[in-house]
Design a protein around this ligand. Structure first.
Ligand code: ZN
Ligand code: ZN
Length: 119
């Protein structure tokens, strides 16, 4: 059994985000905003694309997401041995972040060459 993307340790980093230490020694730091916007659940995936016109016509109830940076996790819950479930302060709780998915969205320079061009 190959363990390519097993987290050795998952810990919250204050209000900043989530830190994951992987079995291969790699370390990932995800901001909460990144995780929330990367939510893999069907609702978020569909919402990110073309929204049905009916929804935008009537209500201004869920216009945009407000200050997205304010969204915080209320609860982190391991799902079996392969994933992490996050319950958010905006009430969303259906996103399951598999370890493999988490690793794939690691925002560090090594994983995302060229994404961050500081300076
Ligand atoms: Zn979602
Ligand atoms: Zn990385």
């Amino acid at each position: 059994m190959k363990a390519s993307h097993d987290p050795q340790r998952i810990e919250r980093v204050g209000e900043t985000g989530l830190k994951v230490l992987w079995s291969d020694g790699h370390e990932s730091l995800y901001t909460w905003r990144l995780l929330r916007s990367s939510c893999p659940c069907a609702a978020c995936r569909e919402g990110g694309e073309a929204a049905p016109p009916a929804a935008s016509a009537g209500g201004s109830l869920t216009t945009a997401l407000g200050p997205a940076s304010e969204v915080k996790p209320l609860e982190l819950q391991p799902v079996g041995r392969y994933a992490l479930s996050i319950r958010w302060s905006d009430g969303h709780a259906t996103g399951i972040f598999s370890h493999e998915y988490l690793r794939s969205i690691c925002p560090c320079e090594a994983c995302r060459p060229g994404q961050f061009t500081e300076g």
